[in-house]
Ligand binder design. Structure first.
Ligand code: KG4
Ligand code: ZN
Length: 339
């Protein structure tokens, strides 16, 4: 079969990323402009600033990805972009750029759901064994998804309140750590001990999660300690928090794997770049004889390669999109069950 090259664009939050992906599995080139240093000044992503920066950078990043690959737009078989979920102004920049390329170069256009992208990051350099369970842990999501095959998605568990990445970010802010919080909590935790007692996280018969309780607990603990003139050991608190959250992720994921009797777990999303969480999930999988697949760290946080990997599955299923497709900030679950 002929090789399929897709130029993919991701701009749903604070990374302007463009990749050329071969056959949904091979990252031929990726160029990414990260806005982290700008948003750090404000303690989090400022949507208006993010969309302006995407606009300033999008053509430069597209050019860079093509140059790195030594390819032209005319060499592509399709153009893809994230259209949902994310920040509306940010999504629109990547989406409109992709639609313009598709129109001018007469290439099919493929809209991609960002969460499907996160899952498909596992296809880069890996072969998966279906049926499997995907655990998505990102800034906006904590989902367990049962997949009969590469294009069937059934939600079996979700967070009832905060997403795990959101919780890392909030705890980082409480501890006066800069944005983005997750990697900073991980660094602190490596230097600390698990010495602060933490509340037990949701331990029921479902595969759902809840993280708002631990977030409020850490907030109150820090606030009350400061009010009494005491001092918080940030390293120890980060370590205790990370351990408690990881324990919950491991417990619920194990429950899902056993309940659905699958032999492969895929881990995805920005929080999956946390080494401790990766290792603990892998250890749990080994203990029950399940294969754990985790993307390389650069494909866990937002990137266009994962969008190209997802777009390839849609390409194979003839799931092309019209050019009047709009961006959507809300969850649009129409990537579910392609077949
Ligand atoms: O997937 P992602 O890049 O964007 C979304 O789609 O949300 O995930 C971003 C989230 C942020 O909450 C960030 O703090 C978290 O992933 N994150 C981490 C780590 N790296 C990124 N959380 C814990 N440990 C990390 N090393
Ligand atoms: Zn993401």
């Amino acid at each position: 079969m002929k090789d399929i090259y897709i130029l993919a664009i991701e701009s749903s939050c604070d990374e302007t990323s463009v990749s050329i992906v071969k056959n949904g599995k091979e990252d031929i080139s990726t160029a990414t402009n990260t806005q982290i240093d700008t948003h750090k000044l404000y303690g989090g992503v400022v949507p208006e600033v993010a969309s302006r920066l995407h606009l300033e950078n999008i053509t430069l990043v597209i050019d860079e990805a093509l140059k790195k690959a030594n390819m032209k737009v005319s060499d592509m078989d399709a153009i893809a972009a994230t259209y949902s979920p994310g920040l509306l102004g940010s999504l629109l920049v990547g989406l409109e750029a992709a639609k313009a390329l598709s129109l001018v170069y007469d290439k099919p256009f493929i809209k991609v759901n960002h969460m499907m992208g996160h899952i498909c990051a596992n296809n880069i350099g890996n072969s998966l064994e279906y049926p499997l369970i995907s655990l998505i842990i990102s800034g906006g999501h904590t989902d367990l998804i049962y997949m009969e095959n590469e294009s069937s998605f059934k939600y079996i568990g979700q967070t009832l309140d905060d997403a795990v990445g959101e919780c890392f970010d909030k705890v980082a802010r409480i501890l006066d750590m800069p944005y983005p919080g997750g990697p900073n909590i991980e660094k602190l935790a490596k230097m600390g001990k698990d010495s602060y007692p933490m509340p037990e996280l949701l331990n029921d018969e479902t595969c759902n999660f809840s993280f708002s309780g631990i977030k409020s607990y850490v907030n109150n603990l820090v606030h009350n300690t400061k009010q009494r003139g005491g001092e918080i050991n940030k390293e120890d608190l980060a370590c205790s928090f990370q351990n408690a959250v990881t324990k919950s992720l491991v417990m619920k994921t194990k429950k899902a794997l056993e309940q659905y009797n699958v032999k492969n777990l895929c881990i995805a999303g920005g929080v999956a770049s946390n080494s401790f969480i990766r290792e603990e999930l892998i250890k749990m999988c080994e203990s029950i004889n399940v294969k754990a697949t985790v993307p390389l760290k650069q494909y866990c946080t937002d990137n266009a390669t994962m969008i190209g990997a997802a777009a390839y599955i849609l390409y194979k299923n003839n799931m092309f999109s019209d050019l009047d497709v709009n961006a959507s900030s809300h969850e649009v679950l129409d990537y579910l069950n392609i077949n």
